[in-house]
Design a protein around this ligand. Structure first.
Ligand SMILES: C[S@@+](CC[C@H](N)C(=O)[O-])C[C@H]1O[C@@H](n2cnc3c(N)ncnc32)[C@H](O)[C@@H]1O
Length: 357
């Protein structure tokens, strides 16, 4: 009987069972990569086709839903996240070929020196900064938007991989522990990244789409299921994604539509207003979010050391949906992450999944 069911599932969803393994691994703060089975097991019984991953981050949850044959809409306020989702979720078949790589790394183009001047001695060497400028200026020569998203995602991935701890909250090389990733050249990281992104591309025969913006500005309302994984608010630590990823976020637009705070040592970008970075704001934001979509199933990830508390979240959701179920999992974040400091037993948190229908 099990074999028959598996066979039927295979016909309905011909995507290889191991497709998820091809999603580029990341250390993105708050990534649910290790919780994907937990999420899927708790929603797979529902009847749904369209899914909004409202806060896509690394993109792994949207990609997981794509592998399940769902029509995925992916959104994030960060261009860095948006490009990854466009390249791997919306894109059903385009890859970067050898000719594209030659275009990206080929003949030198004249650049403006912006990265070399602005970020001199902060994160990368002079030559590495020049390489970033060169590649960025060659991306427009690629023939379509998916190739451009793949190239930009690869460039960001190269920067994050080369950077000790993968973040831009500090300058210099304080956390250089000699790891292979840190010794590998930026150019090689870029080539590796194009390869891992290329390998992740597949079609699920759905018209998946991607948007970049504050979720509260999203116009589309009709989704069968909405996965909600916003920054977890805690009074003990900040949940500022931009502070950690400002360099790659700026790189996505070549710092054209952002404001660099020149007085800061890190030259970070002025904070985006997310709605999830103050105690009063976060409660209002959940209310506003749940109000926006009157007909969708909500699946909300949150953790035990954040606000709203479990009881408060149930109470909020009950104001908008008839039934609220809660699933719990003990989870240890491996990386010095939002709300979780390495070697601190506050690493051990319960990860909640609220399901409201
Ligand atoms: C916890 S992370 C999501 C992690 C993601 N589920 C994963 O597994 O990688 C939260 C994300 O929400 C995004 N974000 C924060 N405020 C937002 C807003 N108002 N609208 C859209 N995205 C927002 C952040 O940029 C960040 O990528």
């Amino acid at each position: 009987m099990t074999q028959v069911i598996e066979k039927i599932e295979e016909i309905v969803n011909p995507i290889p069972a191991n497709q998820m393994e091809l999603f580029p691994p990341t250390r993105f703060m708050g990534s649910k990569r290790k919780l994907l089975d937990f999420i899927w097991e708790n929603v797979k019984g529902f009847k749904f086709n369209t899914v909004l991953d409202a806060f896509s981050g690394s993109g792994c949850v949207g990609y997981m839903f794509k592998t399940k044959g769902k029509r995925v809409f992916s959104n994030d306020i960060l261009k860095y996240s948006y490009n990854i989702a466009k390249a791997t979720i919306e894109n059903n078949g385009v890859t970067l070929d050898e000719e594209d790589i030659v275009t990206l790394l080929g003949e030198k183009v004249k650049t403006d020196g912006f990265i070399r001047n602005t970020f001199k001695d902060l994160y990368f060497t002079e030559d590495e900064n020049l390489l970033l400028e060169q590649i960025w200026h060659r991306i427009p020569f690629l023939s379509n938007d998916y190739k451009k998203a793949l190239a930009l995602s690869s460039l960001c991935r190269a920067c994050v991989k080369k950077r000790p701890r993968g973040i831009f909250t500090y300058t210099g090389h304080r956390y250089d522990d000699g790891r292979k990733d840190i010794r590998t050249s930026l150019k090689q990281h870029f080539l590796n990244a194009t390869d891992v992104f290329n390998k992740s591309i597949f079609s699920n025969q759905q018209d998946n789409s991607t948007s970049c913006g504050n979720i509260f500005n999203l116009q589309e309302r009709k989704f069968d299921l909405i996965y909600v994984d916003p920054p977890y608010y805690s009074t003990r630590s900040d949940n500022d994604y931009l502070r950690r990823y400002h360099f790659v976020e700026g790189l996505c637009s070549y710092w054209k539509d952002v404001e660099i705070q020149h007085s800061t040592k890190t030259k970070k970008i002025k904070k985006y207003d997310t709605g999830f970075d103050s105690k009063t704001g976060v409660y209002d934001s959940f209310h506003n979010l749940f109000k926006m979509f009157p007909n969708s199933i909500f699946v909300v990830s949150y953790s035990s050391n954040s606000l709203p508390t479990k009881e408060e979240m149930i109470d909020i959701l009950k104001q908008y949906r008839k039934t609220v179920e809660i699933k719990e999992l003990d989870h240890k974040y491996s990386f010095g992450n939002q709300n979780h400091k390495i070697g601190d037993n506050r690493n051990d948190v319960k990860e909640y999944l609220f399901i409201a229908k």
